[in-house]
Design a protein around this ligand. Sequence first.
Ligand code: IPM
Ligand code: MG
Length: 372
Amino acid sequence: MNLKIALLGGDGIGPEVLAQSVKCLRAVEETFNHQFIYNEAPVGAVAISNNGNPLPEETLRLCKDSDAILFGAIGALEYDNNPDAKVRPEQGLLKLRKELGLFANIRPVKVFPVLLEHSLLPKKVITGTDFVIYRELTGGIYFGKKTLSDDATYASDLCEYTENEIARITHLAFKAAKKRRGRLTLVDKANVLETSRLWRKVVTEISNSYPEVHFECLFIDNAVVQLMMNPSQFDVILTENMFGDILTSQGSVIIGSMGLLPSASIGNENAMFSPFHGSYPQAKGKNIANPVASIFSAVLMLQHFGLYEEANAVASAVQKSFVKGVTTTDILGSDKYGTDYVGDFIADHIVDSDEDPNINDENIGLGRSTII
Ligand code: IPM
Ligand code: MG
C-alpha cells in the first residue's frame, strides 16, 4: 500500500517519540512491502516561534493532502505559565481538529498483563480492564463562544451541541460496541446540563437501532469513581468533548503510565493518530520519554487502513519489549533504556508473523484487532 503520512512532531517530547514511530513504520514498509511517504510540518509552540501561527497554512494544506497524520504532542511551559498569551500552541491542535473535521476521538484503554504490577491501582482492581472511550472532538465547550470582559473580571465559555454532532459519533460508538463486548455507557451530566440532556435524548433514540448493545447512562461524577473502583465493567464509553478529555487522562492512570496509550481522531475525510500524553517539556531532549504511546498510534493508523497483520506485528514487538523489560524509566524506574533504544528494539522486532510464529506468543491482539 502507498500512504502519504504527515508528521507533526509539535512540542516537547513530541518529535522524539514520533521519530520512534517512523522507525517502526519503516520496518513495516520493509517487512510487508509497502511504500509510505513522510512529510514533516511544524505545529504548536514551535510554529509560533517560527512565524507566529500555531497552525501555519502549509501545515494545514499538507494534512489535508495526506492519507493520515501522525501527531506528536503540543504545549510549552512559557504558555502554560502565561494565561494572558493570546496566541497559544493548543490553538494549533484545536484548529487542526476543526478544519479536518476530526469529530471522533477514539482512545482505547487496555491493561497489558505483563505491566499489571506497574499501575498505582491494585492488580485485582485493574485486571481485565479493556475499554475504549469515544470522545466527541469538535464541539462543546472547547469550541463555543468565549468572552472576557474589558476589565478582565468576567469570562465565559459557551457549551453547545447539535443533534447531528451527537448522532454521528454515537453511531460510530455503537458500531464499535457491537463488535466488542456489546456494552455502551454514555457519560454526561444530564441532571444539570441542557447539552447533556440533548445527548441523552439523541443517544437513547439511536440505541433503539442497536438492540444487541446494552446501553446505560452514567453521570460524570459517578463515572470517575467507577473508573477507579471497577474499570473492567466498561466496554465502550461515549462522551462529549470536555468530559472525554478528563476521563481519558484518568483512564491512562489505570494502565500504569501516560506514556503507553494512543488515540485516533477520525473524520469523514481525514484521520490523525497521536499519543494521549502531552508535550512533557521537562523531558525534552533527555531521551527518557516513553515512545510506546506514539508507536501504538502508528498501530492504530495501520488498523485504520486495514493493515491488520502489520499492526499486529508492531504491537507484538512492543509486547516483546515489555516482556524483556526494554522499557523507559516511567515503567521500569531505571534509566537503563532510553527513548531511542526502546524505539530501535521495537523496530528491530517487527517481523511478519507468518515467518516467525513464535514471536506472537505474547500477542496482546484480540482477534485481528490489536488495540481496539
Ligand atoms: C488532549 C489534550 C488536548 C485537549 C489539549 C492539548 C488541547 O489534552 O488531546 O487530551 O484538551 O483536547
Ligand atoms: Mg487531555
